[in-house]
Design a protein around this ligand. Structure first.
Ligand code: EPU
Length: 431
């Protein structure tokens, strides 16, 4: 087990290259199981969630060929089981996509309940199951979830989502790609990775229209064929480096992004007094003056992303005045606040709202990552803080950020990953 040791208080300067989008990759890799052929997928981030998924895909009988660090070929012509082993399924949240993909292709799936980040509350999948049931699946909801399509093939249906859910939208899209007839998803999520999954499936021969709007129509096909696809850049990874520059000061060129995807984050950083200059596929982020207060409310895309809420809160903790943060997606995503307050922040949480009183500085100490984005916020806080910070439970961070230590060192951060000594090991708050 390792920890990050960060000597903070230095502005960041240089260039950072953004990897492929985690939340697109963790859907597109299972979606490759729908394809009766060979898919070549490029720009896959090298993160532990991807490693776990590739192991699952391999265990199911697909041939996985690693072409280079960021490219794999998946040949799912000969799958020998639709049962996903519990140990692997528990490791990642995105294992729920295996239900949609396996149901879509084979009309059956047996998948343990997903693991992944725990925000301290329940992470339901009732909307996914509602969609599958509308499409004729019978589902028993213990652990594992066992799903079977009536007659062996999913049937097109109208599915109205009661909450805007990224996971349910993508899962139903997968199950519908090979279903008999037309599926319509209403009140669908519109995140960039929804469009990316639709583009991937369409490039393999699916017929999906309307991804990126709140109504998606999928005409089921008999078969999908192989092909080649490149995953979009990671909006949240890019936003995280932008938020780091906001908190530390300095100037960093963020490379390989889609500027349109960054608008919701850029808008808030501009309000905070950060300068952002957009080019074709880069953003130049600069902060020279003091940070200004602002209010943030997280919402489904194109609103401000919940996955950027902890990281932006670090900048607000260092801004002049009082900012109000409202979490509009998850019930409980403020577990990082206690750690940030131990570094000197003054944040009070009241239900889904956090009142952030700006302070002039943060101080280094020992903190832990409670989940992926909470961990990213700890890294940003440590980079901005005076003195040394040690961050434990970094396995959460490495689920979603490729080479974060190397990338930060490349822009001048004093960060290293170090083995935790036996006597330092404590029981993590969550597993
Ligand atoms: N919800 C339901 N029922 C469902 C599904 C969701 O009530 O069946 C509720 C959730 O409880 C939540 C809201 O709907 O309040 C949105 O959940 P959503 O389904 O959109 O989340 P998800 O698909 O499980 C993905 C990302 C999360 C990100 C959310 C929101 C993946 C693997 N995860 O989760 O990413 O926060 O969308 O954008 O794509 C992260 O990357 O750090 C992360 C947690």
């Amino acid at each position: 087990m390792n920890k990050y040791v960060i000597n903070g208080g230095k502005p960041l300067f240089g260039e950072v290259e953004i990897s492929g989008a985690k939340n697109a990759a963790v859907a597109i890799l299972p979606a490759a199981l729908l394809v009766d052929g060979v898919c070549r997928i490029e720009n896959i981030p090298q993160i532990s969630d991807v490693t776990s998924l590739l192991r699952i895909i391999d265990e199911l009988g697909a041939k996985v060929r690693q072409i280079n660090l960021h490219t794999v070929e998946i040949d799912a012509r000969h799958i020998h089981t639709t049962r996903v082993s519990q140990e692997l399924a528990h490791k990642i949240r995105a294992s729920y996509y295996l239900i949609g993909a396996l149901l879509g292709r084979f009309g059956e799936a047996e998948v343990s309940m997903p693991g992944g980040c725990n925000f301290g509350g329940v992470r339901p999948i009732d909307q996914h199951l509602k969609g599958f049931r509308a499409m004729g699946a019978e589902i028993s909801t213990g652990d594992p979830i066992i799903a079977r399509a009536e007659g062996g093939r999913m049937k097109g249906a109208n599915v109205y989502l009661d909450v805007v859910s990224v996971g349910a939208t993508m899962n139903i899209m997968m199950a519908a790609a090979l279903a008999e007839g037309l599926t319509t998803i209403e009140n669908a999520a519109k995140e960039p990775h929804i469009v990316d999954l639709a583009n991937f499936l369409n490039s393999m021969g699916a017929d999906i229209k309307g991804a990126g709007t709140d109504t998606i129509r999928i005409h089921g096909r008999e078969k999908l064929n192989g092909g080649s696809y490149t995953i979009i850049p990671d909006q949240i990874e890019a936003g995280t480096y932008m938020a780091a520059v906001a908190a530390t000061g300095g100037q960093v060129l963020i490379r390989n992004i889609i500027p349109k995807h960054m608008d919701c984050i850029t808008a808030k950083l501009l309000e905070m007094g950060v300068e952002v200059e957009e080019e074709d596929d880069t953003l130049l982020v600069r902060r020279t003056g003091a940070l200004k207060r602002t209010n943030i409310k997280t919402m489904p895309y194109p609103g401000f992303p919940t996955d950027m809420q902890p990281q932006i809160a670090v900048g607000l903790a260092l801004a002049e005045g009082t900012s109000i943060v409202t979490e509009g997606v998850w019930d409980n995503r403020y577990r990082y606040v206690s750690e940030l307050n131990r570094m000197g922040a003054q944040i009070r949480v009241e239900g889904r709202t956090a009142v952030v009183e700006g302070v002039s500085k943060l101080n280094g100490t020992c903190v832990q990552a409670f989940d992926l984005r909470a961990g990213a916020a700890m890294v940003i806080a440590a980079l901005a803080a005076e003195g040394t910070t040690e961050i434990t439970n970094i396995q959460y961070i490495e689920r979603g950020y490729e080479q974060i230590v190397e990338k930060l060192r490349g822009i001048g951060a004093d960060i290293r990953s170090e083995k935790i000594k036996e006597e330092e090991i404590s029981i993590p708050h969550i597993s």
